[in-house]
Design a protein around this ligand. Structure first.
Ligand SMILES: Nc1ncnc2c1ncn2[C@@H]1O[C@H](COP(=O)(O)OP(=O)(O)OP(=O)(O)O)[C@@H](O)[C@H]1O
Ligand SMILES: [Mg+2]
Length: 246
């Protein structure tokens, strides 16, 4: 069996006296979506921030392709192909999709001016992987739908050879149609072999999209289940009861 894309072992993160995450071990394989569930304050975002380099871990280990790695910053994480999609999206509203994709890493011509054509071409290529009919990379993103904006944010995240995508509540601010579009995007990324951690409160979404679900309670891992082998009621019980029922 091949090594997991990512493996967390005994991960611990404290804030002063608060054990936000303790002793969590969790693997993510290529082409897999793992839903991360738990009550408010269970430690979901903290665990994801440890992996994305936003918070250094206090104890434990992160392995990529079976090898221990040091992730001290978002830059380290990105170097290992780990990209994070933040709930706020953090798009530049007045710029088009292409400019957003290249924000902070613009392509310039030999004369040092922005190479808009090159950026638009490259942006279209990435975006069409996700949304084959999207063709306007110049319209300011503030004029796009919620689902399209999400797609631009995802395109930006995966643009630089992401292998692992962390999505923390990606559909929290979206309507049903747009949430559906995000689900379709996730399915495409999965088919391309990315591994995805999906943090969500929406059990319905998670069951629809995830191959496995990991439940956290009070910073601890309650259990991991194949989505096809567990009912929503059982998972809800794990979330609320904080104990492994099955
Ligand atoms: N920067 C911080 N400083 C101090 N405590 C923090 C910090 N971030 C998180 N915590 C605490 O760590 C615990 C886990 O928080 P975390 O944000 O990981 O929960 P969560 O599962 O993502 O919750 P939610 O579903 O509400 O997003 C909570 O008790 C929270 O108060
Ligand atoms: Mg959270």
């Amino acid at each position: 069996m091949t090594a997991p894309l990512v493996e967390l072992r005994g991960v611990e993160k404290r804030f002063g006296g608060v054990y936000a995450v303790t002793g969590v071990g969790l693997a993510l394989y290529a082409g897999e979506v793992v839903g991360v569930l738990g009550h408010n304050g269970a430690g979901k975002s903290t665990l994801m921030k440890v992996l994305s380099g936003a918070l250094p871990l206090d104890a434990g280990e992160i392995r990529i392709d079976g090898r221990p790695v040091s992730i001290q910053s978002p830059r380290d994480a990105r170097r290992h192909g780990i990209e994070t999609l933040y709930q706020t999206l953090a798009l530049a509203e007045n710029l088009g999709a292409a400019a957003n994709l290249f924000l902070g890493r613009e392509i310039v011509t030999r004369l040092g001016t922005l190479d808009d054509h090159a950026m638009e071409r490259a942006a279209l290529e990435v975006i069409r992987r996700l949304s084959p009919h999207f063709d306007d990379v110049r319209t300011p993103v503030q004029n796009l739908s919620g689902g399209q904006r999400q797609m631009v944010a995802i395109a930006r995240a995966i643009h630089f050879d992401a292998r692992v995508l962390i999505m923390d509540e990606p559909t929290a601010a979206l309507g049903p149609a747009e949430s559906g579009a995000v689900g379709a995007l996730i399915a495409r990324l999965k088919a391309e072999g990315l591994g995805i951690f999906l943090v969500s409160h929406d059990l319905h979404d998670v069951f629809e999209i995830s191959d496995r679900v990991a439940v956290l309670a009070n910073g601890r891992l309650v259990g991991v289940r194949n989505t096809s082998e567990v009912t929503r009621e059982q998972v809800l019980e794990m979330i609320i009861g904080g104990a492994d029922s099955a």
